[in-house]
Design a protein around this ligand. Structure first.
Ligand SMILES: Cc1ncc(COP(=O)(O)O)c(C=O)c1O
Length: 441
C-alpha cells in the first residue's frame, strides 16, 4: 500500500481511524475536510472546492495563507537552520523578535520568554507570577483572580482560569486548582462602567488579596468564553486596583494581539500596561506555532533578585528560528502598511452588512469590534448541521455555543467579506424554519 497517495475518501477514512481532532470524539468527529492547499483567504480542498476562511484559522493567519514575503522568511531561515536548542545558544531571529516585541507592546514590558503555544504562554505567565512572590518570601500567594466567561487555554493550569461553570472545561472542575472568579464585566465596549458590577471584582480582590499572586484576564475581548467586548474602563480600574494592592496583572492578548481589535494590542483601548503579557496565534501569522510571555522589570528583577532566581521553564522548541523568522516578517508586513485602515474598513463593512441580522428572530445580539464580527443567538446552535450549510456556501466558520463569529484575515477583499457576511445572514435566516425558533442542541 502506498502511504503518500490517498483518494479523498481514503484520507477521510484513515484520518477517522487514527487521528484525534480538536474538541471531537472518536467515532463522531463531525465533518473533517481534507485540505490540499491554501492561498490568500481561500482554503482549497482535495476535491478542489474552495472555502473563504472567515476565521483566519482561529485568529492566526492575519495576512492570509501562502504569503510570498512570509514564505520567503521561512525558506531563507530554513537554508540557515531549522532549529537549535535555546539553552546555551541564541540566534538572530529570536533576538530581533524579542527587540521588536519590546518596542511595540505597551511601555514597560521589556523581557521576553518564548514558548510554543498560547496555553503554554499562559502557564509561563502564571509561573512567573508565582515565582515572583516566592522570591519575595510570600509563597502563600498562589491563587489567581480572574473574571467569569474567560478562556485561557487547554493545558491544566490554563484550564483552571477558564469559567468553571459555563466554560468548555467545566468537566474537569473537580480536578483543577480552584482560583477566584469575579462576575464577568457587564458593561459593553461602548457603555459606561457598571459600578456595581466592578464592585464585585473589587470585593473579591480585597477579600483575598493576601493569597493572590496575580489578576489575569483577556483585555477587552473575552473570546472563546462568549465573544464579549467589555468597557475599557473596567480594565483601567483593574490596573488601578492591582497597583493599589500591589498585585501583578497578566493580560492574555493571545487572541487580541496584532491589530485584531483595532489597536495593536487590546490593552491600548484602556491605556494600560500589564506586568505580564501573553502573545500567540497571530504572532507567527499562522505559519509555525509560537508564543511569547513578556514581563516588566518589576517581575524579572523580582524573580532574579530572590532566592528562587532561576526561572524553571525551558521548552525543547523554545524560540524556534523558523517561527521567529516568520514572526519578524509578519510584524514588519503589518507595521509597514496602513493596517489600521484595513481593520477599520473591515469593521465598517461588518457593522453595515451584519446589522440586518438584528431583526431576525432568534438573534440576541450583533456586535463588531475591529476585525471581529459576532452574531449571538438566543439559543445554542446545532453546530454539526450548521457546518454542512456553511461549507455548501463556500465559506469556513466555526460556530460554538450560541455564537457565530467572523475574524477574517486583514487582507480580505470587500467582495470576499461580503460573501462571508451574506452567507452568515443567510445561515442565521435558514436556522429559523428548522425548529420555528432557532436550532437547539
Ligand atoms: C485568550 C486565549 N488564551 C489562550 C489561548 C490558547 O492558545 P493555544 O490554542 O495556542 O494554546 C487561546 C486560544 O484560543 C485564547 O484565545
Amino acid at each position: 500500500m502506498s502511504f503518500d497517495v490517498f483518494s479523498f475518501e481514503e484520507l477521510i477514512a484513515f484520518d477517522q481511524q487514527y487521528i484525534w481532532h480538536p474538541y471531537t470524539a472518536f467515532g463522531s468527529p463531525g465533518s473533517i475536510l481534507p485540505v490540499k492547499s491554501a492561498s490568500g483567504v481561500r482554503i482549497c480542498l482535495e476535491d478542489n472546492r474552495e472555502l473563504i476562511d472567515g476565521i483566519s484559522s482561529w485568529w492566526s493567519c492575519l495576512h492570509g495563507y501562502n504569503h510570498p514575503l512570509l514564505n520567503q522568511a521561512v525558506t531563507s531561515q530554513l537554508s540557515k537552520m531549522a532549529h537549535v536548542m535555546f539553552a546555551g545558544f541564541t540566534h538572530e531571529p529570536a533576538v530581533t523578535l524579542a527587540k521588536k516585541l519590546v518596542e511595540i507592546t505597551p511601555t514597560g514590558l521589556n523581557k521576553v520568554f518564548f514558548s510554543d503555544s498560547g496555553s503554554v504562554a499562559v502557564e509561563v505567565a502564571m509561573k512567573m507570577a508565582l515565582q515572583y512572590w516566592i522570591s519575595q518570601g510570600q509563597s502563600q500567594r498562589c491563587k489567581f483572580l480572574t473574571i467569569k466567561q474567560g478562556y485561557h487555554g487547554d493545558t491544566l493550569a490554563a484550564m483552571s482560569l477558564c469559567d468553571p461553570h459555563s466554560g468548555m472545561h467545566h468537566l474537569f472542575h473537580q480536578a483543577l486548582t480552584h482560583h477566584f472568579f469575579a462576575e464577568a464585566p457587564s458593561a459593553h465596549f461602548d457603555e459606561e462602567l457598571n459600578e456595581k458590577n466592578f464592585d464585585h471584582f473589587a470585593q473579591v480582590l480585597k477579600r483575598n488579596k493576601q493569597n493572590i499572586a496575580a489578576v489575569i484576564l483577556e483585555p477587552i475581548v473575552q473570546g472563546a468564553g462568549g465573544m464579549k467586548f467589555y468597557a475599557p474602563e473596567y480594565l483601567k480600574r483593574v490596573r488601578e486596583l492591582c497597583d493599589e494592592y500591589n498585585l501583578l496583572l497578566i493580560a492574555d492578548e493571545i487572541a487580541t494581539g496584532f491589530g485584531r481589535t483595532g489597536k495593536l494590542f487590546a490593552c491600548e483601548h484602556a491605556g494600560i500596561s500589564p506586568d505580564i503579557m501573553c502573545l500567540g496565534k497571530a504572532l507567527s501569522a499562522g505559519y509555525i506555532t509560537l508564543a511569547a510571555t513578556l514581563c516588566n522589570d518589576k517581575v524579572s528583577e523580582g524573580i532574579s533578585g530572590g532566592p528562587a532566581s532561576i526561572f524553571m521553564h525551558g521548552p525543547t522548541y523554545m524560540a524556534n528560528p523558523l517561527a521567529c523568522a516568520v514572526a519578524n516578517a509578519s510584524i514588519d508586513l503589518l507595521l509597514n502598511q496602513n493596517w489600521q485602515s484595513s481593520v477599520q474598513k473591515i469593521e465598517q463593512q461588518l457593522k453595515t452588512e451584519l446589522s440586518p441580522c438584528k431583526l431576525i428572530p432568534g438573534v440576541k445580539d450583533v456586535r463588531v469590534l475591529g476585525a471581529i464580527g459576532v452574531i449571538e443567538m438566543e439559543e445554542k446552535i446545532d453546530t454539526q448541521t450548521l457546518m454542512l450549510s456553511i461549507i455548501n456556501k463556500g465559506v469556513w466558520l466555526r460556530p460554538f455555543g450560541n455564537i457565530i463569529y467572523l475574524t477574517p484575515p486583514f487582507i480580505i477583499s470587500k467582495e470576499d467579506l461580503s460573501h462571508l457576511t451574506t452567507s452568515v445572514c443567510e445561515l442565521v435566516r435558514e436556522m429559523q424554519p428548522v425548529t420555528g425558533v432557532s436550532a437547539v442542541i
